[in-house]
Design a protein around this ligand. Structure first.
Ligand code: PMP
Length: 452
């Protein structure tokens, strides 16, 4: 065993990993373009861009140089009671890219922190307006909003929340659309979809009272909960209900933001402007940790008024707006714009979808879902009924394992049946074809194991 493998085996505790089954030799050592290289020098196509984050691929000299320059000039600076030029420029850029009126940028360091900030902001906003009972945060089935305690309390993925109960009070849950496996419509989405899952927000407001609900938080395209694009009209309906019942709409675009869907933000596809927009991951091309909680002037003005509780937003962390992270973000935004990479995602999306859809009709393939360069393939025990594989079969983990053996990284999701894909924006058409071929071969091997 090499030194590093022994060190890992003896000491490193991996997040979201069955530690005792984990092979410590499974390491990535370097990367270039859409590929990473493992300890043995074997190259793997990174079909998941790190954790849907290394959107521009590996080996970007421009981003590295920007980080390096910043480290030499000013490696560290807090934003408590002062600023620094890189954070100021970045806030201006983020405001310009964000949809209409989202103008005020609170920087932090990871998606989870953006979520916590949004939860606090929602409560502070209503408090500042004298509505002190409006404290409830509404979340949805299968939601993933990070693993800090606020986000853990919002988790709709039961496995990520239940072991940590009791979680925070003041959280309520509603359904989320899942056209393939719809709770209200029972079956693949019929033309008669009534968006009943969105209307659950209204039922909740009626039950709890209009003076109780502060905000609803939504992933516009659900990621870790199964890769689930919403049906037409869903987000608009939520926006209408939020307006009607005085509820803030928080869009968690930690994964979908900054081009992954073929627009700057997923909400742009639906013509919806949230009151609070969260971004992280792709903001720095995955090269440095950074997140942003962006809100409207209206929310900002209400909260920061001289005599309000939020005149000072009593929250913050040492590394908020860390200068090298902000520099990485500016270089990333430059690259996205100059190389027209968001447009490139939109151009590649149909090919990516076609490569994944080649699996449709194969045994055990229940559903294939894509949106931009986000994809999910759901394996099911019974294609006719959509009956899932029992968790102990580890269907998605097996599928992902075969992909890795064959040189492609994908991620098995917590539902146990879906593998998620999110290749870098710089992936070539030939690499997407390769991705499709590996998926097909891995699928065959998986089904042989599962069904004999
Ligand atoms: N929200 C969403 C929608 C996410 O996908 C994630 C990360 N997968 C998070 C929040 C948490 O981000 P982080 O891991 O950077 O804390």
């Amino acid at each position: 065993m090499s030194d590093v493998v022994a060190a890992d085996a003896a000491h490193l505790w991996h997040p979201f990993t069955r530690q005792r089954d984990h092979d410590p030799a499974r390491m990535v050592a370097s990367g270039d373009g859409a590929w990473v290289t493992d300890l043995d020098g074997r190259r793997l196509l990174d079909g998941f861009s790190g954790l849907w984050s290394v959107n521009l691929g590996y080996g970007r000299a421009d981003i590295v140089a920007a980080i390096h320059r910043q480290l030499e000039t000013l490696p560290s600076a807090s934003l408590f009671g002062q600023g620094h030029p890189t954070a100021a420029r970045l806030a201006e850029r983020i405001a310009a890219l964000s949809p209409g009126g989202l103008n005020r940028v609170f920087l932090s360091l990871q998606g989870a922190q953006a979520v916590e900030t949004a939860m606090k902001l929602a409560r502070l906003y209503w408090r500042a307006r004298g509505r002190t009972d409006k404290t409830i945060i509404v979340t949805r089935d299968r939601a993933y909003h990070g693993t800090a305690y606020g986000g853990t309390s919002l988790q709709g993925i039961a496995a990520n929340r239940l072991p940590f109960e009791p979680t925070l009070p003041g959280v309520r849950r509603i359904g989320a659309p899942h056209p393939y496996r719809c709770r209200s419509c029972a079956g693949p989405r019929p033309a008669s979809c009534t968006l009943a899952c969105a209307d659950e927000l209204e039922t909740l407001v009626e039950r709890e009272g209009r003076d109780r609900i502060a905000a609803v938080i939504v992933e516009p395209v659900m990621g870790s909960g199964g890769v689930i694009p919403p049906p037409d009209g869903y987000l608009r309906r939520l926006r209408e209900l939020c307006d009607r019942h005085e509820v803030l709409l928080v869009a968690d675009e930690v994964m979908t933001g900054l081009g992954r869907t073929g627009r700057w933000f997923a909400v742009d596809h639906f013509g919806v402007v949230p009151d609070v927009l969260l971004m992280a991951k792709g903001l720095t091309g995955g090269y440095m940790p950074l997140a942003a909680t962006v809100t409207t002037d209206a929310v900002y003005e209400a909260v920061t008024g001289r005599d309000t509780a939020g005149a000072e937003f009593p929250t913050g962390n040492t590394w908020d707006g860390h200068p090298p992270s902000c520099a990485a973000a500016l270089a990333t935004l430059d690259a996205l714009e100059n190389e027209r990479l968001v447009e490139r995602v939109a151009e590649l999306a149909p090919l990516f979808a076609a490569r994944l859809r080649r699996l449709e009709g194969r045994p055990g393939v229940g559903d294939v879902r894509t949106f931009g360069l986000i994809g999910g393939v759901e394996l099911v025990k019974d294609v006719a009924t959509g009956e899932p594989y029992p968790p102990e079969t580890g269907a998605a983990a097996r599928f992902a394992g075969h992909c890795r053996r064959l040189g492609l990284i994908v991620r098995p999701l917590a539902d146990g049946g879906t593998v998620a894909l999110a290749p870098p924006f710089v992936v070539s058409e030939a690499e997407l074809t390769h991705l499709g071929d590996v998926l097909a071969e891995a699928h065959t091997a998986t089904m042989e194991e599962l069904e004999g």
